[in-house]
Write a protein that binds this ligand. Structure first.
Ligand code: AMP
Ligand code: MG
Length: 416
């Protein structure tokens, strides 16, 4: 068993044990958001499938409208129209025009378009004040061609990718099965929210916070409830977890007398590592109980969340085969004091602000106790304080945002 290992080594070990899931399922596109593609997707059509117009106006032959101007308009004979979905059947002859509308196919024989604002309709005649041009024609396959692979195995389905899959002709998409992740809170003092709180009791925040993180990483959380600090009960819960891809426990992994998770793994499973050189989140344990991968998160609410975020999230990404990174780092300027830790990386909760010209600046989100969950709600990121030092105003450091998409100044640029 390895112990007191650095962050990068812990990350390498969890990734090594998180095997990509082989099972796929077909889901209707409308249910695809947030799922991960299990196969490459080729386009089933050209897009557009025929040349069409980007503007409302008239399809013409460029040669007919050469030299047209407001002073010397060219008169063309209107022979029909080509609304979207109902193409003009005939062929455009010399001196003829066909009315067209954004997205409608260009009739055969036409090689140019005149936008409606450069024309005047006079009965069956169209006066053209400007030469027709091809710049408003979207050629066949302008966006993509049939057979092109535009979406790849491991791609997270975003709204843009769902739109693309639909445009490529896919009604359903093959996605990776969601990893099933059991969440078991341990501790005699832990009480479900909603029940009366006995003296010395603590509401179970870990089950809910970690379940939300699991769902956010693309997994399916299975809240198993609470196990007492009792060997028999805990053992039964661990043994029942065989259907899961991963079991997360919280509490019971530090040095205390009641730290049963660690002892059960020690006696009836295998421990890959115990304790990481970081704070908060020093005591996690990672191993296997019979056939189930088990990640023992610390009981402290902040530690449980930070440890899942840093190690559990990359595990789920690996199981899903996701192409996108589980987190991102940004460079920030410190505007506050962040206390470090001896021999350990300290991950401090920070509030980030985007300052035009200065980039991101970081202030402490407040109480940095690993029991103080309030700052997980009020902060945006973890600032990494290197071992054996503090960060002071003016220093630069790395921050890992909880939600990189939530960064940046709100709203559109002022000029809009
Ligand atoms: P432990 O790791 O079991 O020693 O717990 C460390 C601290 O975390 C103690 O103060 C516990 O009361 C608290 N704690 C343990 N489990 C939970 C939980 N599910 N929700 C909130 N706090 C918890
Ligand atoms: Mg406990």
């Amino acid at each position: 068993m390895k112990t007191e290992i650095p962050v990068h080594e812990a990350l390498a070990i969890v990734r090594q044990h998180a095997k990509p899931l082989a099972e796929k399922e077909q889901v209707p596109l409308a249910r695809g958001l947030g799922r991960v593609l299990a196969e490459d997707l080729p386009a089933r059509c050209d897009h557009p499938d025929v040349a069409n117009t980007a503007v409302d106006g008239y399809a013409v032959r460029a040669a007919d409208t050469e030299g047209a101007s407001p002073a010397h308009p060219v008169a063309l004979r209107l022979v029909g129209e080509s609304p979207a979905g109902r193409p003009y059947e005939g062929k455009l002859g010399p001196g003829e025009a066909v009315a067209i509308f954004t997205g409608s196919p260009l009739p055969e024989g036409a090689d140019a378009v005149v936008a409606v604002e450069h024309t005047r309709r006079e009965g069956e005649r169209v006066l053209v004040f400007k030469p027709g041009s091809a710049k408003d024609i979207r050629p066949k396959g302008d966006d993509f061609n049939r057979g092109e692979v535009l979406l790849h195995k491991g791609d997270l389905l975003t709204p843009g990718r769902i739109g693309l899959a639909a445009a490529m002709g896919h009604a359903e998409v093959p996605v990776v099965r969601k990893p099933r992740v059991g969440i078991l809170s341990t501790g005699d003092e832990v009480v479900p929210p909603g029940e009366p709180l006995p003296p010395g009791g603590v509401y179970d925040s870990n089950s809910y916070a970690v379940a939300a993180l699991v769902a956010g990483a693309g997994g399916e959380p299975v809240i198993l409830g609470r196990a007492k600090d009792d060997r028999t009960e805990l053992k039964a819960q661990l043994a029942a977890a065989g259907e899961l891809d991963l079991l997360l426990t919280s509490g019971g992994v530090s040095m205390g007398e009641y730290d049963l998770v660690r002892r059960l793994l020690e006696e009836e499973g295998e421990i890959y590592f115990w304790k990481i050189l970081q704070r908060p989140g020093h005591p996690p344990i990672f191993g296997r109980y019979r056939n189930t991968l088990v990640f023992g998160l610390p009981g402290n609410p902040v530690s449980a969340m930070v440890v899942f975020f840093l190690y559990g999230r990359p595990m789920l990404f690996a199981m899903l085969g996701r192409n996108d990174p589980p987190y991102r780092r940004i460079r920030v300027r410190i505007e506050d004091f962040f206390k470090g830790a001896k021999g350990k990386v300290a991950f401090r909760r920070a509030a980030l602000e985007y300052r035009p010209g200065a980039g991101f600046v970081a202030r402490s989100a407040g109480n940095q106790s690993s029991g103080a969950i309030r700052t997980m709600a009020e902060g945006h990121a973890l600032v990494a304080v290197p071992p054996d030092r503090n960060l002071n105003p003016g220093d630069e450091a790395w921050a890992i945002p909880f939600d990189p998409e939530a960064l940046g100044a709100p709203g559109l640029p002022e000029a809009f």
